[in-house]
Design a protein around this ligand. Structure first.
Ligand code: MG
Length: 168
């Protein structure tokens, strides 16, 4: 078995609210994400990256927003399920690199907590997860605080031939 890579991307509209879920962490701000689930764009992109790496489709196929049981659902469940499916197919996450696009608030106080949450959900060491944050330079939907977006790349390693350094 060979290593596999996956890419995921997501965007959610922002509305007036009392906090924004990103990477399983509630970011204190005057926005919330408009969504059927908890609207965690970063975890949705991560789920898609994991599913993509093993050729298992996408988050919309696995967790349709037409199903009532997915309403308000914590997106950590989506990530854990994607990791479980990858494990069944003989793969585990090696490392994860992520970008969050959000004009405000600044995410630097949250990045370490987000890394730890993602590492926990994926069962890997914190130093195998990297999170970067970018503003929209006040341009476009992100820059005008109308949207939050995220991009994630994940490397999956065969379980029996893993990189010991990134194994927990
Ligand atoms: Mg989404």
């Amino acid at each position: 078995m060979q290593n596999r890579v996956g890419i995921g991307s997501d965007l959610h509209r922002l509305a007036d609210g009392d906090g924004l879920w990103l990477g399983g962490v509630l970011v204190a701000c005057e926005f919330s994400s408009v969504a059927h689930s908890d609207g965690d764009a970063l975890l949705h992109a991560l789920t898609d990256a994991l599913l993509g790496a093993i050729g298992a489709g996408d988050i919309g196929e696995l967790f349709p927003d037409t199903l009532v049981e997915n309403k308000g659902r914590a997106s950590a469940n989506f990530v854990r399920e994607a990791v479980r499916i990858a494990t069944l197919r003989g793969y585990r996450p090696g490392n994860i690199d992520a970008i969050i696009h959000l004009q405000r608030p600044k995410l630097s106080p949250y990045k370490d907590a987000i890394r730890r949450k993602i590492a926990e959900f994926c069962g890997i060491a914190v130093d195998c997860v990297n999170v970067k944050a970018k503003t929209g330079e006040e341009l476009g939907p992100v820059g005008e605080s109308k949207a939050v977006a995220a991009e994630v790349v994940v490397l999956l390693l065969p379980v029996e031939n893993g990189d010991v350094e990134c194994a927990r």
